[in-house]
Design a protein around this ligand. Structure first.
Ligand SMILES: NC(=O)c1ccc[n+]([C@@H]2O[C@H](COP(=O)([O-])OP(=O)(O)OC[C@H]3O[C@@H](n4cnc5c(N)ncnc54)[C@H](OP(=O)(O)O)[C@@H]3O)[C@@H](O)[C@H]2O)c1
Length: 343
């Protein structure tokens, strides 16, 4: 199988190339990059030199293609990519929201809305059967991955107001220079909240948690829509997301019952692991793991869930490769068995 990456020059694209270099069944044969077309890949990213590729302007035919473009730019190209590749995995936000009006509220005009109904939201823990049949997968956002995996197992047993307080490393904002989010002096030794009046990942988290709640409460739905409060923070580290999720239990549940729920929910999932103590971002660094720790706080009747990922792996490139494995009928963990880099 031959794979291509559209825009290897960003963080998500470069991380895809790093992970695909070790994939046992799929060979990365083409990469594109607007700012570096014509250059050897190893000149732009010395760590990727062993791939022996040159950066192209355009992609020719491949079996599977990843787009690591910003939103809009991706949706402009994906219809053409679906003619050049049998499977397309889009890492941007362009096909994640099912509802066009919601997309347009957060992102503006959609360049190829006719593909929205067929795109499958690529969170394998929730949607693996549909992913396996898809030709277009919308790879989830990094914050949504950590938040949804943190709350999905309990979402049908809590009051309909949930809060996600999440922290991200600076690579979450991409390699493109933006003063306040990735200039060293603005970010170093500093922590800041942002997106307080709304962040584009909120509707994505709400969509998936609402659907998960509806599925689990098929016969007991109260019709009250879920309200998701999401507040992201930027912290001075390169990679990693830690989401702290809060929800109030609708009926009392003991700690061991909540733990059993989480363990059963993720029992067959190779990359989401329920742990016995609050996890830390470094325990996931460079790996496709999501570590989840739910805790019933007896004094308040709340469930607090800590969820950690590496934003560039489980939050982007690793999850995209997991999706590719499912779409191509390969071993789900192929190419993703590397352990986290600790400390
Ligand atoms: N960073 C993360 O943790 C993360 C996680 C999940 C999803 N994502 C998504 O992944 C995508 C890429 O993110 P990133 O963090 O890798 O961003 P990035 O480091 O800023 O890279 C963006 C890439 O897109 C290219 N580009 C920008 N505007 C373009 C345009 N109009 N036409 C063609 N190419 C264009 C840039 O190429 P040149 O520099 O060569 O011009 C660069 O290679 C985004 O949609 C982002 O939302 C990122």
């Amino acid at each position: 199988m031959k794979a291509g990456i559209v825009n290897v020059t960003g963080y998500a694209g470069a991380e895809l190339a790093r992970l695909l270099a070790c994939h046992p069944e799929v060979r990365l044969t083409q990469v594109t990059g607007r700012s570096a077309a014509g250059k050897p890949l190893g000149q732009v990213f010395p760590h990727l030199a062993p791939l022996g590729l040159a950066i192209q302007e355009d992609l020719d035919e491949v079996d599977v293609c990843f787009t690591a473009l910003p939103h809009h730019a991706s949706a402009e190209l994906v219809p053409e990519l679906l003619r050049r590749a049998r499977w397309v995995i889009d890492i941007s936000a362009d096909y994640r929201l099912h509802d066009l009006a919601t997309y347009e509220r957060w992102y503006g005009h959609h360049p190829s809305p006719s593909l929205l109904p067929e795109a499958v939201y690529g969170l394998p823990e929730l949607h693996w059967p549909a992913i396996a049949r898809a030709r277009l997968v919308a790879n989830p956002g990094c914050y949504p991955t950590a938040s949804i995996l943190g709350l999905a197992p309990i979402i049908d047993a809590v009051e309909p107001q949930v809060i996600v307080d999440a922290k991200s490393g600076v690579s979450g904002a991409g390699r493109t220079m933006k003063l306040e989010v990735n200039h060293y002096c603005e970010v170093n030794e500093n922590v800041q909240a942002y997106g307080l009046q709304g962040h584009r990942h909120q509707p994505e988290i709400a969509q998936e948690l609402q659907e998960a709640r509806n599925r689990a409460r098929e016969h007991a739905a109260d019709g009250v829509p879920l309200q998701v409060t999401f507040v992201p923070h930027l912290v001075p580290m390169t990679r990693g997301i830690l989401a702290t999720c809060y929800a109030r239990l609708a009926q009392p549940l003991a700690q061991h019952q909540v733990m059993e729920r989480y363990r059963a929910f993720y029992a067959d999932q190779p990359f989401t692991r329920v742990v016995d103590a609050p996890p830390a971002t470094k325990q996931t660094l460079g790996s496709n793991l999501c570590l989840v720790y739910p805790l019933v706080q007896e004094a308040t009747g709340q469930v607090i869930v800590i969820s950690c990922i590496d934003n560039l792996v489980k939050g982007a490139a690793g999850q995209a490769i997991h999706n590719m494995n499912l779409m191509l009928g390969l071993r789900p963990t192929a190419g993703l068995e590397g352990l986290a880099v600790y400390p």
